[in-house]
Design a protein around this ligand. Structure first.
Ligand SMILES: Cc1ncc(COP(=O)(O)O)c(C=O)c1O
Length: 368
């Protein structure tokens, strides 16, 4: 295909998994493969990780969970989205684990269990400061008591989510941690125990103590990017993706030539301008054109002018790229690395936005 390709290196995914495992001293890993595995292909990533020993996955939507099951994933799958009372049957059929993230989620489960005699497994999510899904911190004691009174609710896990664990200032994360710890202490006092206690995402794995948790919910580090530029970066996580696209046309132009929409790029010298067949409709970050570059045969060349919907241009200087050769846009090939974190930094975005946007006409090619 003439167009963008995302080569997904499953070997690097597994190596990153091993690095996370080492970092958390062998604790279990819940691999977060929502949003099509952060743009890397959710099913292929889950299969590779399951073959590598991962036994727990998290996705966001109900349909993402069903898709993994239908693809043959046997491990536990937690749905992070709000419980949908209309799909409790289906959760049982597909063996999906639901989320209690609101005090109103108890009633449909209790009603269902009364009627059918069984219930899907659930995890209880507590809001400790993200102010997104999760039962209110102030309701936690009552609702934990409710779990105790209703053993038909098969609650295997309790968890929360950090809002700032990937930041340099960890004071808010520590506040969340201490709230969660007080709930865990209350549970212990009441004799309510859980098979799984989890809190940590990628930032927290790098920054926070893991001793009270049995499993970590990790996404970004598995795909080989750091969640922000404020976390320690010593561990050699490798970008799983190699996002490339071909040069489809090259022309020699004189100094003073304007390139692309708005004509904002003007060549300083006589140069080769190459057209790359990939645009913002394929997930190439449009804002990256200002300071952006691509790598060709291990050398970096400036993006020339605004990224278009389907194409963008590169200033190759005196290098004459071969038509049909690929340039590396994001990730790592044999000769070079263009890290998502670098791009995110330059364009005031995050690796999460960049990774999940990659798509459009991009062909995903899996290599082990
Ligand atoms: C609830 C929840 N847990 C875990 C994760 C994984 O986070 P990360 O990719 O930073 O590891 C996410 C990601 O958005 C999430 O929403």
């Amino acid at each position: 295909m003439v167009g963008p390709k995302a080569i997904i290196h499953l070997g690097r995914l597994k190596a990153n998994y091993d690095l996370v495992k080492q970092k958390v001293h062998g604790k279990q890993i819940m691999a977060v493969v929502k949003a099509n595995g952060y743009g890397h292909g959710g099913i292929a990533c889950a299969k590779a990780l399951e073959n590598h020993g991962c036994r727990f996955f998290a996705v966001f939507s109900f349909d993402e969970g069903v898709e993994l099951r239908n693809a043959g994933i046997k491990s536990d799958i937690l749905l992070l989205s709000r419980l949908d009372a209309r799909r409790i049957d289906e959760a049982i059929d597909h063996g999906l684990i639901l989320n209690i993230s609101n005090k109103l989620d108890f009633t449909p489960l209790i009603t269902y269990a009364k009627k059918i005699g069984t219930c899907p497994k659930v995890h209880l999510k507590v809001d400790t400061g993200m102010t997104r899904l999760g039962i209110d911190f102030d309701d936690a004691a009552n609702l934990i008591q409710k779990l105790k009174d209703h053993p038909e609710i098969r609650c295997e896990g309790i968890y929360s989510h950090f809002a700032t664990a990937d930041e340099g200032d960890l004071s808010y994360a520590r506040k969340q941690e201490s709230r969660f710890n007080s709930i865990l202490d209350f549970c212990a006092k009441e004799g309510v125990s859980f098979k799984y206690i989890h809190f940590s995402n990628s930032g927290a794995i790098l920054n926070m103590d893991q001793s009270r948790y049995d499993i970590v919910r990790v996404g970004m580090l598995l795909y080989g990017a750091f969640p922000s530029n404020e976390v320690p970066m010593e561990i050699p996580f490798q970008p799983v993706m190699e996002f490339k696209a071909p040069v489809v046309s090259v022309r020699r132009v004189p100094a003073g030539t304007h390139v692309s929409y708005g004509g904002v790029y003007e060549t300083k010298l006589d140069t080769h301008i190459g057209v790359i067949q990939c645009g913002f409709a394929d997930g190439f970050p449009r804002a990256w054109y200002k300071d952006g570059y691509v790598s060709y045969q291990g050398k970096q060349f400036k993006i020339a002018g605004r990224v278009c919907m389907d194409q963008f241009m590169v200033d190759f200087g005196d290098t004459l790229p071969k038509k049909g050769d690929d340039v590396l846009m994001i990730g790592k090939d044999k000769l070079d690395t263009v890290r998502m974190e670098t791009i995110a930094d330059q364009i005031q975005s995050t690796p999460y936005v960049i990774a999940t946007a990659i798509g459009g006409r991009t062909e995903r090619i899996y290599q082990d």
